[in-house]
Design a protein around this ligand. Structure first.
Ligand code: GDP
Length: 360
């Protein structure tokens, strides 16, 4: 017998539309956003060392909204006269070299003699992953709960130049808030070192021994920027290899041209994990600051950096203005297709787009 359900007339099993589900989010709950503090409120807060105000100002600096940009610039401008008094120290090393472990102990060491420490970061990979690992509070267990430490992860959006500019502006805000030691951390894998180098007084390169081909693995450019090379994990069985690496780095440094500061970069070994050799590293950094302050290089370098960032900001803004233009974006798409299809040369395509931009 034919089953009644197979009959097209059968209605016993029709599915009725269900009841309308209420939204998961309560529509009546208004999300209250704290109103944005005014520029004078922010500046006053920062100068008093108020961390909440400092954080909010840094968020403004990092914001991509054009209206925030103008506000942030005003705050920075007002903080500038109170900035410049810190020791800015760049710290780099490949992932796994022990940066977070080391920054945690370096930080505590520095704070032992008082003052305040800000740890900032420049992480180019965060552009892709939309989240920064560097500067993450959980990586610096002791420092993150220290009342005199301010840890801020890398700004995550934009070009390396943009990310770096924001970190540099954050330095100004931190200094105005009374932070007298600033660490800027970066991963030792790419161009971000150059960006960090252009905003710090002292550049510390963390290395590890045991990879076998110590000197081949390091980009010469990074070594040339270093004011100090420190070989981490000099503990247990690794003391010997660490000392060997130290000797190798020392002799490699002899081959480099003299530095602009006249300072001879030093090579030390230490253990971040077992907290060995830490005071020696800070004695070296103190020696460096005494040296460059005495010979005037400290000021020269800071002036050079200020000039660099002026032009860097101009370059960045020009590029942004160009690439954000919808007409240009349309032209670029057409011209790029032409270039890829071999219909036009790269140069002809580029000059057409540029001419269109300049004629606007
Ligand atoms: P980062 O990726 O450069 O931030 O490196 P981490 O600080 O996360 O350290 C990477 C690994 O090396 C971790 O497992 C640490 O425990 C270990 N480590 C860090 N410093 C030392 C050290 O001084 N000695 C030894 N033996 N291990 C260390």
């Amino acid at each position: 017998m034919e089953h009644p359900e197979n009959d097209s007339q059968y209605t016993g099993l029709t599915v009725n539309s269900g009841v309308i589900q209420p939204p998961v989010v309560n529509p009546y709950l208004k999300r209250r956003r704290k109103p944005l503090p005014t520029v004078p409120e922010l500046v006053e807060g920062i100068l008093k060392g108020d961390i909440t105000m400092l954080s909010r100002a840094v968020t403004l600096v990092e914001s991509l909204a054009p209206e925030h940009y103008a506000l942030a610039q005003e705050v920075i401008e007002k903080c500038l006269p109170y900035s410049g008094k810190s020791r800015r120290i760049g710290i780099t090393g490949v992932p796994g070299a022990g940066k977070s472990t080391s920054i945690d102990v370096f930080g505590l060491h520095v704070l032992k003699s008082g003052g305040k420490l800000a740890v900032l970061a420049i992480d180019p990979s965060s552009e892709r992953t939309k989240g920064s690992i560097l500067g993450d509070k959980t990586r610096m267990e002791k420092l993150s709960v220290h009342p005199d430490a301010f840890i801020r992860p890398s700004p995550s959006a934009g070009s390396l130049g943009g990310v770096a500019r924001k970190t540099r502006e954050t330095i100004v805000l931190c200094e105005a808030a009374g932070f007298d030691n600033i660490f800027v951390e970066t991963v030792g894998v790419g161009q971000s070192e150059t960006a960090v180098h252009s905003m710090v007084d002292f550049f510390l390169l963390i290395q590890i021994a045991g990879a076998g081909d110590e000197l081949q693995g390091i980009k010469r450019g990074i070594m040339e920027m270093a004011d100090g090379i420190v070989i981490n994990k000099a503990d247990g069985d690794n003391i010997g290899p660490a000392q060997l690496a130290q000797a190798q780095y020392r002799s490699a440094l002899h081959l480099f041209p003299p530095t602009a500061s006249g300072w001879k970069p030093e090579v030390l070994t230490y253990s971040g994990y077992y907290e060995l050799g830490i005071p020696e590293i800070w004695e070296m950094i103190d020696r460096y600051f005494d040296f460059v302050k005495a010979n005037g290089y400290f000021e020269i370098k800071r002036n050079e950096q200020a000039r660099y960032w002026m032009y860097e900001t101009i370059n960045e803004q020009l590029k942004k203005h160009f690439y954000d233009n919808p007409e240009i974006q349309r032209m670029l798409a057409v011209n790029e297709a032409d270039v890829l299809a071999n219909r036009r040369s790269s140069f002809a395509a580029a000059s057409d787009v540029l001419n269109a931009y300049f004629k606007r």
